[in-house]
Design a binder for this molecule. Structure first.
Ligand code: IZC
Ligand code: ZN
Length: 422
């Protein structure tokens, strides 16, 4: 028998240890069960969780390695590291001017059609040196980590040329080697039609299919392919064609679906067996039923509605009632939602999506893991899974949505290492 692994990390005296043990993904009433152990303890060996249970029990059964980090949580809440399954973090120029234009009455699409929006970000990114992109992205990742996020999905989509899309994905690849946050890369060449192809949409779609997707796949730069399926951007037949090519090339699928109008994006995502369909503010009844039966994760982005000062939020309660797998994300991007705070999305989920604290925590842990194909690896605190966790400055998990717009993170542990100590 191999020698028993010794603990290199022990957290004891946890008031509420939120393990998320139980069904994966969580649907319906299951979202309310976050697997709490009172007076909990958790031990890890290297990047792997060794033992989870009652504090004295874990301590008594976990021989400590030399130099083991021992944390006395003194009654605090511990959760899995948060997972942000929809972000656009690689950009330099910010778009606060557009934020002001919207406050003065212009809509997101009006600004986009006038050449601003994503295309403005594209013009900037193409001329931004790689080093500067690395630095700007690192600042955002640092902020996410301080807010308790240990894994994100990260998209390209501000290059919209083969060279610049690859530049963005290489920034993600390189930062993945050095930054504590793990990133799951997504190719989003179909985020917009770039300036030089405005009169030749089909030419750009051919470029995506014939050149970008093959290169991205050959260089192992992405796991997912995403598309902005929206009126005025990519319609349903175009979306089906591009995503079919991505699927054929071996990428898994995500969709920006029904964000600003109901166009059948959710139905298409379900039909194509996408891993996730995101936004869904204007999802149809049929779309909800389709996602429930395909098991496609609905990633809801209430920060986007909030920051666009929208009146209507995604129908989260309806989706939960119908058995859709629901996750939450920041949508961190320079246009429609510039925030790195996933805890703030938990507050918005409570106030605007009418989700309970437990449902929202399920949506930023175990269900968010499902949205990026990492279920069974992260998002739960179970033996054998990744030792990603957050110690919170709170004694009851329900404080998370309630005590809003401040940072309640005390400590962040990523892969067994203490990486934030507030
Ligand atoms: O830069 O505006 N909706 N993509 C789809 C975005 C917003 C990001 C942006
Ligand atoms: Zn997005």
């Amino acid at each position: 028998m191999p020698a028993e692994k010794k603990a290199t990390l022990l957290i004891k005296n946890i008031g509420q240890l939120v393990t998320m043990a139980g069904p994966v993904p969580r649907i319906g009433d299951q979202l309310c069960d976050i697997g709490i152990i009172e007076h909990g303890g958790i031990a890890a060996a290297g990047n792997e969780i060794l033992r989870v249970g009652e504090s004295d029990d874990v301590e008594g059964h976990s021989p400590l390695a030399e130099g083991c980090t021992v944390i006395d949580a003194a009654g605090a809440v511990v959760t899995p590291g948060l997972i942000d399954p929809h972000t656009h973090p690689v950009f330099s120029m910010t778009r606060e001017k557009e934020f002001e234009m919207r406050l003065q009455g212009k809509s997101y699409m009006e600004i986009a059609n006038a050449g601003g929006g994503i295309r403005a970000s594209v013009r900037d990114l193409r001329t931004t040196p790689r080093q500067q992109l690395m630095e700007k992205t690192t600042e955002r990742l640092d902020r996410m980590l301080r807010y308790g996020v240990t894994t994100i999905e990260a998209k390209s989509g501000y290059g919209l040329s083969t060279e610049s899309e690859i530049k963005q994905l290489e920034v993600i690849r390189d930062l993945n080697q050095t930054h504590p946050i793990d990133m799951v890369p997504t190719f989003l060449g179909a985020h917009e039609i770039p300036d030089e192809y405005r009169n030749n949409r089909n030419g750009y779609i051919e470029l995506i299919i014939d050149e970008m997707i093959p290169k991205v796949v050959e260089q192992h730069l992405a796991e997912f392919s995403d598309i902005f399926t929206e009126e005025g951007v990519y319609d349903i037949p175009e979306s089906r064609k591009i995503q079919q090519a991505a699927d054929d090339a071996g990428l898994k699928l995500k969709f920006h679906a029904d964000e600003l109008k109901s166009v059948g994006g959710a139905e298409l995502a379900a039909e194509m067996k996408a891993v996730s369909a995101d936004h869904l503010v204007y999802i149809s009844e049929a779309g909800i039923k389709a996602l429930a039966s395909s098991g496609t994760v609905a990633v809801l982005l209430p920060g986007t509605t909030f920051s666009l000062a929208g009146k209507q939020y995604a129908p989260a309660r309806k989706m939960i009632e119908e058995g859709v797998v629901v996750a939450l994300s920041t949508d961190c991007n320079p246009g429609s939602s510039y925030s790195e705070s996933l805890p703030f999305m938990v507050t918005l989920a409570a106030l605007e999506l009418k989700m309970t604290a437990a449902e929202a925590i399920s949506a930023v842990t175990v269900n968010a893991a499902c949205a990026i194909n990492r279920e069974g690896v992260i998002g739960q605190l179970q033996p054998g899974m990744s030792a990603d966790m957050v110690v919170w400055n709170m004694a009851d998990y329900r404080e998370l949505p309630y005590h809003y717009a401040v940072n309640l993170v005390a400590k962040v542990i990523k892969a067994g290492k203490l990486v934030v100590n507030n």
